[in-house]
Write a protein that binds this ligand. Sequence first.
Ligand code: GDD
Ligand code: MN
Length: 382
Amino acid sequence: PAAPEIASPSPLRAPVALAAKAPELAVIVPVYNEAANVVRLVDVLDEALQGIAYEVVFVDDHSPDGTAHLVRLLGRERPYVRCVERLGRKGLAGACVEGVMATTAPVAVVIDGDLQHDERLIPDMLQTLRRDSLDLVVGSRYAEGGSLGVWEEHRAKASRLATRLARAATGVDLTDPMSGFFMVRTDKFRDIAPSLSTKGFKVLLDFFASCETPPKFAELGYTFRTREAGESKLSGGVVLDYIELMLDKTLGRYGIPASFVMFCAVGSIGILAHLAVLSALYMLAGVSFLTAQLIATVAAMTSNFVLNNELTYRDRRLRGWRLVPGWASFCLASSIGATANVGVASWIHNGGGTAWWLSAVAGIAVGVVFNYVATAMATWRR
Ligand code: GDD
Ligand code: MN
């Protein structure tokens, strides 16, 4: 018998009949250790989104509790549920960005995976976005009809403070710039995506501030619910990411990297550490000035190294045995920087005509910039 021919596409099996309905809305859900919440979330979305062709894209960072596995099981039952699983803990902002990039839908809504955002707002958001041809609709806890729900007073205060700070630093005119619940047109979002930070929690604020002309937006109020299962991932590191994003959005415009500002802040702490050790040894313990000065210098360099490693460069933090060459290269760079500082200051001062303090400031500036560049290249090379 003749080999079967490869069938050409038959008019009876038009591709349209085979393909699932293309989603008009993608629900993007960043998740980390949310196994206890994902099934409930899809259930409440199914309930809230009747009549809308939607898909649900979970973006998981390889959670140890098996969230991704559970999502894939769910997807076999409900094919509009998908999982983007990334390796390594890469952070919330990047998860939101990758989720939006992963859909073909023209509109995406980002929502937390822990049921704290009110999914029943989504149809209103979609209707508002379409009716007013907007780029962005934000679920806001501070707009009319919104509230923080039951929050401890200190967290509510911190949230309001961070909100005010964000508005001042970026000029973003949103009542709730920290909201993790928002709907965007995906083509608009994709245009901006390359300039977004993947660190931290503040993807909406970053998106808004990175648009050249402010996006056309609306805000709808909702009540923030309390988390019932799993735990929050908002940690000290997240607060630092936030400070860094603020610095980037303000000073970054003038070409000053946030890590440089952090480096200088750490350096100022180092000066205090130096003076503290020096006075303790020289004034109190009676150690000779030269010895006290030497010990204080090493102590300050070590404090600078540790703090920069934990804070400024925490995304490429050195660990274990790598701390040893890291510390050594940091001390070496700092010594060269200090020499440059003294050299430049005396060179300017000896030239005559420049005040002593101005010469000193110039020396410090050269030394700090040298240290920053040298340690970024030698100690914390990517
Ligand atoms: N993929 C991924 N990677 N997801 C993450 C990560 C991460 O590193 N960190 C957190 N998530 C997920 C959580 O699993 C959850 O679904 C969602 O992001 C929000 O995280 P929570 O840990 O529940 O944050 P929260 O409730 O403290 O913060 C909420 O309020 C903030 C304002 O106070 C969020 O809505 C934030 O977006 C919001 O800024
Ligand atoms: Mn939460």
